[in-house]
Design a protein around this ligand. Structure first.
Ligand code: CMP
Length: 139
């Protein structure tokens, strides 16, 4: 089915001007970038976005990293978009990411791993709504 997923190009990637190369990966794989905005999260926004991870030992470092520079939030649309984007990203830890994936090519560490992608259709809907109004999403 045609799905939507939420992608974030993280501060390690915007800092290195990798937005275009990462967008090319999405488009080459057949996903449409249906919405995009560059912004810098506040601490409260980053904590809210990652609330599901609030009990994890890496939570505070993750929030600090995510507010350390600009991010690019995007809605990707296409057939099987949630799972397809996770394939394009590769494993969370770049050491485990398959060759050719965004994280294998660009990630610096398990934390500074260049991109976020929704992990389920249900979370995708919530994460898309966190950043975008319906009028901003044009597939
Ligand atoms: P993301 O897909 O955005 O979801 C949670 C983020 O936490 C993850 O990518 C990493 O950037 C970060 N993170 C840092 N340490 C870990 C860890 N040990 N396991 C999972 N995620 C981690």
């Amino acid at each position: 089915a045609i799905e939507r997923t939420l992608s974030i190009i993280k501060p390690d990637a915007t800092r290195r001007n990798l937005t275009g190369k990462i967008n090319a990966k999405f488009e080459e794989a057949g996903l449409t970038i249906a919405a995009t905005k560059r912004l810098q999260l506040t601490k409260a926004q980053a904590e809210a976005f990652y609330a599901v991870h609030s009990a994890r030992p890496f939570f505070n470092d993750l929030v600090s990293f995510m507010i350390s520079g600009p991010i690019v939030a995007q809605v990707l649309v296409g057939e099987n978009a949630v799972a397809k984007n996770r394939e394009i990203m590769g494993a969370t830890n770049p050491a485990n990411a398959d060759a050719g994936t965004i994280r294998a090519e660009f990630a610096e560490s398990i934390e500074a791993n260049s991109v976020h992608g929704s992990d389920s259709l249900e979370n995708a809907a919530n994460e898309v709504a966190f950043f975008f109004a319906e009028i901003e999403i044009v597939a």
